[in-house]
Design a protein around this ligand. Structure first.
Ligand SMILES: [Zn+2]
Length: 387
């Protein structure tokens, strides 16, 4: 008879979630600054901001507030981008973002942004990319967090510009850039218009992801996968509207980069309880938990996991799976990813056992001692090898 898993039904606390090693695979550099840094940069660089006090500035960028729609949410980037036009600012913001993530135990982060939006003061795209890579590399040196970059194309700018961004992703492949993305206003700007940029990446063996099914229906996800060849989907909130495509995504293990709070904020869903995250998870879809914009959405990965637990009753075992999904979905070379996955699986098991022990629940360790089985070892191996 199989021993019941002692972690099933155990609801994690926020403190426990904070301790766990985590990923953030969908996070925008220009939406994830510290509020104090915007003010500081605004003053130093003599940039006009809507406000220079934290409270009013937070209000002006809709920080953590429900917006009209995605386009309304995107207006906040006018403010953040205004202070991100120098190499020093880009370096600082990249470093601070990785530092903030490391402090909540994010171990692997893929930061995305569109270098073309940082050229207002004459910086070249290569200098923009290199400033960010330097910031992330220094944060890795100081905090141990693995930070790579995804270059984003932009839907509401002419597709030729996104082609330049795709070329940049190819040029910096193996130099810290691990993928290409398409972001921006989804409605009225279909992914198929950017097929050439995606093709350039695919033809050069560069990974890609694509925002889809956030402000538009499943047709958008269909295009992202079948016309653009995206390997992951940003959001995929409306995938549930097309059962056949949902099965395809599930069968092919195409990861969804779920950003729960952001989806409520942009009204991709009306409230947390109506988000399809739990439905996807129960269906077996490889869902990952991400922040989208730490500042604008006023969130962290720990907060996103807490909300998932709060609204969908995910237990310790489910949270472990959500986290493993993140590590499995990273744009990393296979062997590197497997090594990280093995180490993370073991660490998660240890943290779970410690948590259960602290709550007086008999752990796998204790069971091993009594029945002599190798259950714990087998469990870790199984997770690392699973698809
Ligand atoms: Zn996004």
């Amino acid at each position: 008879m199989q021993t019941p898993d002692p972690a099933v039904g155990v609801i994690p606390t926020r403190e426990f979630l904070q301790k766990l090693p985590k990923t953030d695979l969908h996070v925008h550099l220009d939406g994830s600054l510290r509020l104090s840094t915007i003010i500081d940069l605004g003053e130093k660089l003599d940039v006009k901001l809507p406000a220079y006090e934290p409270g009013p500035l937070a209000k002006a960028i809709h920080m953590g507030e429900i917006c009209e729609d995605l386009n309304d949410y995107l207006t906040a980037f006018d403010v953040t981008l205004s202070v991100l036009q120098t190499e020093e600012a880009l370096y600082r913001v990249a470093y601070e973002l990785a530092e903030d993530a490391a402090l909540e135990n994010v171990r692997l982060m893929e930061v995305r942004y569109a270098p073309i939006l940082h050229m207002r003061k004459g910086l070249s795209m290569t200098r923009i990319v290199e400033a960010v890579l330097r910031g992330l590399a220094d944060a890795r040196r100081d905090h141990g967090i693995i930070c790579n970059v995804i270059i984003s194309g932009i839907r509401h700018i002419a597709p030729e510009q996104s082609m330049r961004l795709a070329e940049l992703a190819v040029a910096y492949k193996n130099k810290g850039v691990v993928g290409f993305d398409l972001a921006g206003a989804e409605y009225d700007y279909p992914a198929k218009n950017f097929r050439e940029a995606f093709y350039l990446c695919r033809n050069n063996n560069v990974n890609s992801t694509c925002h889809a099914g956030e402000a538009y229906g499943p047709e958008s996800i269909h295009q992202a996968i079948h016309v653009c060849g995206a390997h992951r989907i940003g959001h995929g909130t409306r995938l549930r509207e097309d059962g056949d495509l949902l099965n395809y995504v599930n069968d092919l293990r195409i990861p969804l980069e779920v950003c729960l709070t952001s989806n409520v904020q942009t009204r991709a869903v009306d409230e947390f309880k109506n988000h399809p995250l739990k439905f996807y998870y129960d269906f077996g879809v490889r869902v990952t938990i991400n922040t989208d914009n730490r500042l604008l959405t006023d969130t962290t990965v720990t907060t996103e996991l807490s909300r998932a637990v709060e609204h969908f009753d995910f237990d310790v075992r489910d949270v472990r799976q959500l986290i493993i999904n993140g590590f499995k979905s990273a744009f990393l070379p296979f062997h590197e990813r497997q090594a990280i996955l093995r180490a993370t699986s073991a660490e998660l098991d240890q943290l779970i056992d410690d948590e259960l022990s602290s709550r007086g629940i008999e752990t796998a360790d204790a069971q091993t001692a009594t029945d002599g089985s190798k259950r714990k070892k087998k469990r870790a191996g199984k997770v690392a090898a699973a698809s």
